[in-house]
Design a protein around this ligand. Structure first.
Ligand code: 9Z3
Length: 345
């Protein structure tokens, strides 16, 4: 047997090339105008289920007509490459930020519409799903009955009570999306649904939204085939229009809007967050870095210096959620927003 196996020719991307792989000098995409909105929504069909989903949301808003309602968006949006989708582009987000934040909003008396990537983390069940333990590891058998393992009893009872409270009082509406197109159609329709609540509506946009997509007219119907000769697959993605300005100005005037800005390069986080705030003229951008998002975020607000919110090492070691610090700070700002709106009415 020939023990000499030639190593395959490899060529690693050098750091220099990696730095230049994406041209970061390209200016930000301008905010979407009315024409961009019509172009997008007329040419990319709404999901078939949208009407019934919005009907549910309307009922929820009617039920909470005198309450504060927060729309929490959570998880990553996919970009399908085929209409009958075998392959799609996705991102890292598991929906931890959104699911955890929803729990703290509920604790602060909000009703929550949780617009989330299907099968991503959900409020309350997140404690037992997607973890390194299988949910069965939380159980044991006693006298031929399944019971919760005593070591988890106390914590699970607390989670269960909060979950039951949210259910019993109709405080949590779970609405799923998968693709970027489903997300955008649903977000727009929900914004209109929330309008009657005026300043009592809060948007907390934590979903990791794709920046690029394949428009409907360019998506092939069937699975993309590989061709003989190892030909490359070259993808041609359009930028996703930046609808945040439309949301602030037209879809949900009067509501308080909090967006998230995600970066991986700490040297540009603050300027990008500030740019987003200036471009979209909303109330708060929460900046975070992929690497440190679970222990620090920065609030960027109009006319104020930035405010870092950080877990102390002791809090981190004790497993405190950073959302337990973020949400009260946002609720404080929402109080002010509501009072201001009352005074100017
Ligand atoms: C965030 O920045 C969220 O905090 C994370 C949460 C996605 C980082 P995990 O799900 O992560 O807890 O693992 N969300 C916003 C990301 C985003 O797409 N922002 C857009 C942007 O950065 C603006 S809307 O351009």
């Amino acid at each position: 047997m020939d023990s000499h196996i030639p190593s395959p020719p490899t060529r690693r991307l050098s750091m220099g090339e990696r730095e230049n792989a994406i041209d970061r000098t390209i200016p930000l995409l301008p905010p979407a105008e009315e024409i961009d909105e019509f172009n997008y929504f007329d040419n990319n069909d709404p999901p078939e289920y949208l009407e019934s989903l919005i009907h549910g949301a309307q009922e929820f808003v009617k039920f909470h007509k005198n309450d504060r309602v927060v729309l929490v968006t959570s998880g990553g949006t996919t970009v399908p490459l085929e209409n009958q989708t075998v392959r799609f582009i996705d991102n890292f987000s598991a929906g931890t930020r959104g699911a955890t934040s929803a729990e703290y909003f509920l604790e602060h008396g909000y009703a929550v519409i949780f617009l989330h990537r299907q099968f991503s983390l959900l409020p309350y069940s997140r404690h037992y799903s997607h973890s390194t333990n299988c949910f069965l590891d939380f159980m044991e058998e006693k006298n031929s009955k399944v019971i919760v393992d005593p070591i988890y009893q106390e914590e699970m009872l607390m989670v269960l009570r909060k979950y039951q409270h949210a259910k019993d009082h109709n405080l949590l509406l779970l609405l799923p999306f998968t693709t970027i197109n489903q997300y955008l159609h649903t977000l727009r329709a929900l914004s209109v649904t929330l309008r009657p609540l005026k300043s009592r509506a809060l948007f907390y946009l934590a979903a990791a939204v794709s920046d690029f997509f394949v428009p409907l007219h360019r998506i092939p119907e069937h699975k993309i085939q590989s061709k003989a000769g190892g030909s490359k697959l070259v993808m041609n993605l359009d930028p996703v229009p930046k609808f945040l300005h439309r949301l602030v100005d037209k879809w949900a005037p009067g509501a308080m809007i909090v967006s998230f800005k995600l970066e991986t390069d700490s040297s540009i986080l603050l300027s990008k967050a500030r740019q987003a705030l200036e471009r979209y003229s909303h109330q708060l951008v929460v900046g975070n870095l992929l690497q440190t998002r679970k222990r620090e975020v920065v609030f960027v607000e109009p006319g104020k210096t930035e405010l870092w919110i950080r877990l102390t090492p002791a809090q981190e070691a004790a497993g405190v959620d950073i959302e337990s610090l973020i949400i009260p700070a946002i609720v404080e700002r929402h109080d002010i927003w509501i009072n201001k709106s009352k005074n100017s009415a």
